[in-house]
Design a protein around this ligand. Structure first.
Ligand code: C5P
Length: 236
């Protein structure tokens, strides 16, 4: 998927179809896409994706696939048939798994006549630190491990990566420029940080080289979500 002009992706972190669709209806004219994560997808199933697509809005299916190459390829194929525009896989699934996912996205799009989704690789979850990596047998500093996995994702032909806002500048230096970087952890200077510890403002993240900004609570929990999204857009 080529990058839309509006880089805001709203994280629909709500448990019900109705509340998600109410947000979509309000926000669709002022944002670039909607992220459906595990909670909403497990609660509502593929129906939520169909209903969002019916409005014409783009969907980012954030299920972070991580399995054997054949299983991930089949899951990606099903996501293409569902007509999602962005999806996620774990880079730690390995080169062959990522290549299978990318190839499946390309072939399934051709076969089904749907658009080819942007396949994003998740590197190291931001909930993990160097000690956590050591516990699972990865004796590397988090930053180095992120770089290593990002490089592997690029080698596999992925179109983009998910990273924390503070990793954008470093990854921009080592990755080919066509790789799209998608970042959560976005907060305006005057808004509360919730449980996000390492944040950048929308403008800072775009200046550092982000392609897309994933924003949840600053928009969805605002008293007027549409006004909040418009304010963020005009700050860019
Ligand atoms: O509400 P908030 O703006 O913090 O939401 C950010 C979204 O991005 C949530 O859906 C969260 O799960 C997701 N995310 C994140 N940090 C990561 C990966 C994903 O906050 N490292």
């Amino acid at each position: 998927m080529s990058q839309a002009r509006n880089p805001i992706i709203v994280a629909l972190d709500v448990p019900h179809l109705e509340s998600a669709l109410a947000l979509v209806q309000q926000l669709a004219p002022v944002v670039g896409a909607f992220k459906v994560g595990k909670e909403l997808f497990v609660a509502t199933g593929p129906e939520i994706v169909r209903r969002i697509r019916d409005t014409g809005a783009s969907v980012f299916l954030d299920l972070k696939f991580h399995d054997i190459p054949n299983t991930v390829a089949k899951a990606v194929e099903a996501a293409v048939r569902l007509d999602v525009q962005i999806l996620t896989i774990h880079t730690s699934g390995g080169l062959a798994m990522m290549q299978a996912a990318q190839k499946s996205a390309e072939e399934a799009a051709l076969r089904s006549g749907k658009s080819q989704p942007l396949v994003l690789g998740v590197t190291v979850l931001t909930s993990l630190n160097t000690n956590d990596l050591d516990e699972v047998g990865i004796p590397h500093d988090v930053g180095n491990q992120v770089e290593r996995l990002a490089g592997l994702g690029a080698k596999a032909g992925l179109g983009g990566l998910v990273c924390s806002p503070l990793e954008i500048a470093r990854l921009r230096q080592i990755l080919p420029s066509h790789i799209q970087l998608v970042t959560p952890g976005i907060r305006s200077a005057d808004s509360k940080s919730d449980d996000q510890k390492r944040t950048l403002t929308p403008k800072e993240a775009m200046a550092a080289g982000a392609s897309w900004l994933v924003i949840g609570r600053p928009i969805c929990a605002a008293s007027n979500p549409r006004a909040a999204a418009e304010a963020i857009l005009s700050s860019l």
